[in-house]
Unconditional design. Structure first.
Length: 186
């Protein structure tokens, strides 16, 4: 059986945030968090913008394969926070970061190919409210689906093929001892 990373669910937001920070080094803050990010959390934590906060939002069971082996799909979110910068409006900054994430995320396995399938169904949604306007903040969410394995698949047994030849009419189960090995190992 292949082993899966035992701390995958806890580590994944941080792994993704590190990759995003490498692609967008101008972010003042980029880290993994737990749960949904919203304006109330932004006000209480004092996030330094521009920022991206990555989180697991939901996990649902998919199909059950033989074994039984259950498959799951994570819903992940990258929350973008921007403020007005000199020469750059917050909405433009959020859109620029969103565009970079929309190019980065599809098909990613975040360095965990044994545990994760390719990211798919990537979407972006600005989160607008009177509160975001009042605080002069742009808040957007980029979400995607990520297949995940929580238990490894059993390893298939190794098969060494053997090829024998027999001469008619001395063929069949009664004559197996007369067959000659011509390929493989007994």
């Amino acid at each position: 059986m292949t082993d899966t990373r035992p701390d995958l669910l806890a580590a994944l937001p941080g792994l993704i945030a590190a990759r995003i920070k490498a692609v967008l080094p101008g972010l003042r803050e980029c880290k993994g968090i737990a749960g949904r990010f919203n304006l109330d959390l932004l006000k209480s934590k004092g996030v330094a913008a521009p920022a991206v906060m990555v989180s697991r939002l939901r996990m649902r069971q998919g199909e059950t394969l033989a074994g039984p082996h259950h498959s799951y799909t994570l819903t992940m979110g990258a929350f973008i926070v921007t403020r007005n910068e000199l020469g750059l409006h917050r909405d433009e900054g959020a859109a620029t970061i969103a565009q970079a994430l929309l190019r980065l995320i599809p098909d990613q396995v975040w360095g965990q190919p044994a545990d994760l399938g390719a990211a798919f169904d990537v979407a972006e949604e600005p989160i607008l409210s009177l509160e975001t306007e009042k605080h002069a903040v742009a808040l957007s969410a980029v979400t995607w689906s990520q297949p995940v394995a929580l238990a490894g698949l059993p390893m298939a047994p190794e098969i060494t093929p053997e090829l024998y030849v027999g001469q008619a009419p001395r063929i069949g189960a009664a004559f197996e001892d007369d067959y000659e090995l011509i390929g493989g190992a007994p």
